[in-house]
Design a protein around this ligand. Structure first.
Ligand code: SF4
Ligand code: SF4
Length: 384
């Protein structure tokens, strides 16, 4: 249906207002034919966190979208995700994120990706031959991708493309980090996962997103927007722009565009509801990544140096013992098995660590800090 993106103003999680806003969005991008279809809504439910933390797609958004789709003739609305921490209790996840309020709602059904079974989906010409995806995605007729707009320590941005990572249930997600440890390699893998799932419609919760050390350790940020469109790459191009990035500086957006999976050039995207220049997130706090240190240097001298010294720039996780409650979520989620418990304290083995920041992402106590070495600090201060 083209690379149109509706960017709609909406400041509060008020269901009636959200429904009216989304209806307006459909008047721009076109109403999908979903009559009698079984629909999966795939929100971002990264971890068991209450909606006010700005980490997960807000339950009122999901309810509003589901109700509208039922009004448009959908047969049933399934809602599900698989959290980052493979051992997370799904019932607790749904309760804390507010999704369990939809459990007994007519027309809705909550699903557990891990319990519904897994199918291997071919990934021709890709980095791995198959992806173990939740069976649900092949059983429904239509997938509505409902990400949250956030900064992300590893991939810079998490929005429509990255949200499909949750289609891989449980521990298999950690294995993907081990397959592709670099941000660029992992981003390519994310694009291939997104291609294998193939969401039909994208509705982004950018009413409240996140800035700084996202996707969980940053600060909630009220953008007051809902983004809608059928082209997830175009959605991510606009979403990345709202977070202060040129879309082609974001690996997932660039690679997806190069693979012909959507439009990543802002000049080729028709935006309804806002002006592109008004959307740029010039004051949005960025994440701490080596990429952010090296690629945004204003001084040619520092830029020259950083390219030669990149292997000496270190940005690494460090556990704050005072905040840590020894829940071991980091230990269980680390794809490199680089975290262990010694004398009752969590320790990172930096020889094994690949700086994927999963531990930072999934720590419920925000006890995993992202630290920079002296060189990274100097270059960071030299940024724009
Ligand atoms: S660092 Fe965080 S995730 Fe790891 S044990 Fe401590 S509180 Fe749990
Ligand atoms: S210690 Fe943390 S950053 Fe390092 S590999 Fe493990 S999860 Fe990733």
């Amino acid at each position: 249906m083209g690379s149109n993106v509706a960017v709609l103003s909406c400041y509060e999680y008020d269901k009636d207002n959200i429904k009216a806003t989304i209806k307006e969005g459909f008047s721009h991008i076109g109403i999908p034919d979903i009559r009698n279809k079984s629909i999966l809504i795939k929100p971002n439910l990264l971890m068991p966190a209450e909606p006010h933390y700005g980490v997960t797609t807000h339950p009122v958004m999901i309810e509003a979208v589901g109700e509208l789709l039922l009004e448009f003739g959908a047969r049933e609305i399934l809602v599900g995700d698989s959290p980052g921490n493979a051992l997370s209790n799904i019932e607790n996840l749904y309760k804390r994120t507010g999704i369990s309020s939809l459990e007994n709602k007519e027309g809705f059904r909550l699903v557990n990706f891990s319990r519904e079974g897994i199918i291997d989906v071919d990934n021709p010409g890709g980095m791995v031959p198959v992806f173990p995806l939740t069976k649900i995605i092949k059983e429904v007729d239509y997938i509505v991708n409902m990400p949250k707009l956030k900064t992300h320590n590893f991939t810079l941005v998490t929005c429509a493309i990255k949200n499909m990572f949750g289609s891989i249930p449980g521990f298999n997600k950690s294995k993907m980090h081990a397959v592709a440890p670099s941000p660029e390699g992992f981003s390519r893998l994310l694009v291939e996962i997104f291609r294998s799932v193939g969401p039909d419609l994208n509705i982004v919760d950018a009413i409240e997103g996140m800035e700084g050390d996202g996707p969980s350790g940053g600060t909630p940020r009220r953008f007051g927007r809902i983004l809608m469109g059928y082209d997830p790459v175009a959605i991510d191009a606009v979403g990345g722009w709202m977070l202060g990035y040129n879309p082609k500086d974001i690996y997932t957006t660039r690679i997806a565009g190069e693979m012909g999976l959507g439009e990543n050039s802002l000049e080729n995207i028709e935006i309804f509801g806002a002006k592109l220049e008004d959307l740029f997130g010039h004051d949005v706090k960025k994440v701490n990544t080596v990429y952010n240190v090296t690629n945004k240097l204003s001084s040619p001298i520092f830029s020259f140096l950083s390219k030669r010294l990149v292997k000496f720039i270190k940005i690494y996780p460090e556990i704050d013992d005072d905040k840590c409650v020894r829940c071991e979520a980091c230990l269980r989620s680390c794809p490199q098995k680089a975290i262990d418990k010694f004398d009752g304290r969590m320790k990172i083995n930096y020889k094994k660590c690949i700086s994927c920041y999963c531990c930072h992402e999934l720590c419920p106590q925000k006890a995993v800090m992202i630290k920079k070495n002296r060189l990274a600090d100097i270059l960071w201060l030299a940024r724009d």
